[in-house]
Design a binder for this molecule. Structure first.
Ligand code: ZN
Length: 267
């Protein structure tokens, strides 16, 4: 599932390619792929894309007349220029621009969604209204764990607290902070909380720097692969030796998710 760094990668690529293009046509190829607010596909015809933003794992395209196109890729969504890299039967929507270029939305599992709406209703319609703090960017590190309760891994995955962290980066963050993912947040001392905060920012920024993790589904908008899978310290390494202590990395289920940790380095 694309997490903050993978979505940020797509947003940066789109900024290079989609800005100032005018929408010609938006087609829904599978019923249910597009949800319309008070605007729908035809209302945005001829409107220019003036900004591309990310909020948590949401991609937001800002258009003229306060139009918004919002995309959430969920498990297996892809936005790709041209019809490569998406099997025809998994094509869900197609954006055609006035210069003739075509951006396809494909989604094997169909959990992803596209919203077309106006600026005012966007947060409510898409559920973005419930998102917590952006951990990187302008609000960089503007979150805290004081007074929070619960299992660390669950807390990291809560989008209403910190927006954008998923399973891969949650494991990486716990490893870097030396904290067991099932540790209870209310038992963390000041030093541990500080290290945790630093690790959240660090792990996400490293992921962005390496254009995301391509282990299963994630590809960029030109079908390009991310490189961050080569740099993962703990995720996907069950049974291998820990880079820090050489002991064997374990995998258990925490927060309903496969969770990797080093029993020696994390407690
Ligand atoms: Zn270790």
């Amino acid at each position: 599932m694309p997490e903050l760094p993978e979505v940020e990668t797509i947003v940066r690529e789109l900024r290079e390619t989609i800005l100032n293009k005018k929408v010609w046509k938006i087609e829904e190829l599978t019923p249910g792929a597009i949800v319309c607010g008070s605007f729908c596909s035809n209302d945005l015809k001829g409107e220019k894309i003036i900004a591309v933003l990310r909020r948590g794992k949401f991609i937001v395209l800002e258009l003229g007349v306060s139009g918004r196109i919002v995309v959430h890729l969920r498990m297996t969504g892809r936005l790709i220029w041209g019809d490569h890299y998406i099997n025809k039967k998994h094509m869900r929507a197609l954006f055609t621009f006035s210069d003739g270029s075509r951006l396809f939305y494909g989604d094997v599992r169909r959990f992803g969604k596209i919203w077309i709406c106006n600026a005012k209703e966007m947060d409510q319609l898409t559920g973005m209204i419930r998102l917590g703090v952006e951990p990187v960017g302008k609000t960089h590190g503007a979150f805290h764990f004081r007074g929070r309760k619960g299992i660390l891994k669950n807390t990291l995955l809560r989008q209403d607290l910190i927006a954008g962290i998923g399973n891969i980066y949650a494991d990486e963050i716990c490893f870097r902070s030396g904290l067991h993912p099932s540790r209870r947040v209310e038992t963390l001392n000041k030093k541990e909380m500080d290290l945790l905060k630093e690790s959240i920012v660090y792990c996400l920024q490293e992921g962005i720097k390496n254009c995301g993790v391509s282990m299963s589904d994630f590809v960029g908008t030109r079908g390009n692969l991310g490189k961050h899978q080569k740099y993962l310290q703990i995720y996907g390494r069950a049974g291998d030796n820990c880079y820090k202590c050489q002991n064997v990395i374990e995998k258990v289920r925490i927060a309903g998710r496969g969770t990797h940790f080093c029993p020696t380095c994390q407690n």
